[in-house]
Design a protein around this ligand. Structure first.
Ligand code: ACO
Length: 401
């Protein structure tokens, strides 16, 4: 009998924790979550206060630097980000290599990864100056790339950034503006969008952030690491849930059909789940969902629109939260449940929802990546495994099998 653990060097104790439900992979000063109480803090500040009173640029500064900026620091930071909003002209050629009907997340993965071919000065990840420039470039260029992905999918020309606008206003113009006509940014939409970006800025060691850290732990180029994060975010159990949640609301259609879908979500023989419901860490209402629900009302009022899907969503939440299954399993709406309703009211197709999430999460990814590189305990990420395959055996030639 071969002791298979010794054979593969698996001596000593290690934990078997599929999905990392109880294993901390790092230390971090960025974001604190109390899932039982529904608390989310960035550098100590509650997400509700940041969403209400701050701006996305300020939250970016906070996450990257640890403190809120004074006015001068904020102006400088905003100016720096603005300086980096353009992308290399050659990148437009790169876009044209994609099929017209490519999912914009597929385009984002490719284009952001390709940035590593443009910025050779980002290879020394131990130089703080280079890390900072790479971080600023990523935050600044994501709206330009996201808007280009959209424009490419609808067959309209790319728009250059207009740096007289705010970060968010500029993104809206590059997305919805056309060269022949002046584009006026709706201040209510700009504010709502900025708030949505704040709500998605960071969320400690979720799957995509852990992916960025894991990729970065080998010393890989930062643009390649963020591309890895984008790939992970795409999945419907993570960032793709906002797209899936809106598709689900469309499928449900009217409130009368909700019980049928609740029954399906509870049926263990049916793979269907209520999208936008449940969270690995929150066993209470996701504080971001609270802000999101309020923002839906504000956007609808500003745009003077109604969407029966919002009523369906509200009713679905009400029915689910009074159902024993959801109560016992502590399944509450998460950030993705209401975001799709707002984003489609603003005019984004569902395929762009996860792109917007990636745009906003970029600051969290780069802040976490910077924190990891400067952590003296940092090592290459290398999980162990519990080997369950065959014991050692001898090779049998093919004619004897
Ligand atoms: N609908 C119905 N049942 C659910 C749901 C749901 N949305 N979510 C979890 N459950 C059930 C599971 O079937 C499981 O039941 P069981 O104990 O009888 O087997 C139990 O609740 C626990 O679920 P797990 O999948 O083990 O929990 P986990 O922490 O691994 O998953 C996740 C969390 C992936 C978010 C899950 O709740 C889910 O799939 N939700 C829908 C997708 C979604 O909204 N994702 C967005 C997450 S937020 C974000 O990424 C920004």
């Amino acid at each position: 009998v071969v002791d298979i653990r010794k054979l593969y060097g698996q001596t000593g104790a290690f934990t078997y924790d599929p999905g990392f439900t109880s294993t901390a992979s790092c230390q971090s000063k960025l974001t604190y979550i109390d899932g039982d109480e529904g608390v989310l803090l960035h550098r100590g500040y509650p997400i509700g206060e940041l969403a209400e009173s701050s701006s996305f640029m300020e939250v970016c500064y906070l996450l990257l630097n640890g403190e809120l900026p004074d006015q001068g620091e904020l102006d400088n930071f905003t100016h720096t980000i603005t300086r980096h909003t353009m992308v290399h002209e050659q990148l437009a050629q790169f876009f044209r290599g994609f099929r017209r009907d490519a999912h914009p997340m597929a385009i984002m993965c490719g284009v952001v990864g390709a940035l590593s071919a443009f910025y050779h000065d980002s290879t020394d990840i131990h130089d703080p100056q280079q890390r900072m420039i790479a971080s600023h470039r990523l935050i600044a260029k994501m709206p330009t790339i996201a808007a280009m992905a959209y424009k490419y999918s609808v067959g309209q020309p790319f728009l250059y950034p207009d740096n007289s606008l705010s970060y968010t206003g500029n993104f809206l113009r590059m997305t919805f503006g056309v060269p022949a006509e002046p584009y006026v940014v709706n201040p209510a939409v700009e504010k709502a969008m900025d708030r949505i970006f704040i709500l998605h800025a960071d969320h400690e060691q979720n799957a995509s952030t852990s992916t960025v850290r894991l990729a970065g732990s080998s010393g890989a180029n930062p643009f390649a690491c963020i591309a890895a994060g984008i790939a992970c975010l795409w999945g419907p159990a993570h960032g793709g849930a906002n797209e899936a949640a809106l598709n689900m609301l469309h499928e449900i259609g009217t409130p009368e059909r909700i019980p049928e879908f609740i029954a399906r979500a509870k049926d263990k023989n049916d793979p269907f789940r209520l999208m936008g419901f449940g969270h690995r860490v929150y066993k209470n209402y996701d504080p971001r969902a609270t802000v999101m629900q309020k923002t839906v009302r504000e956007v609808f009022e500003a745009l003077n629109v109604q969407d029966p899907l919002f009523e369906t969503a509200l009713r679905l939440e009400e029915i689910a939260l009074s159902d024993d299954y959801f109560v016992e399993k502590k399944l509450f709406p998460n950030v993705d449940f209401y975001s799709g309703v707002i984003l489609s009211a603003i005019g984004f197709p569902t395929s762009m929802f996860t792109v917007l999430f990636a745009l906003a999460r970029t600051v969290g990814w780069v802040a976490q990546w910077n924190e990891m590189i400067t952590d003296p305990d940092q090592k290459i990420g290398r999980p162990r495994q519990l080997y369950t395959g065959p014991a050692q055996r001898s090779y049998v030639p093919v004619d004897q099998r």
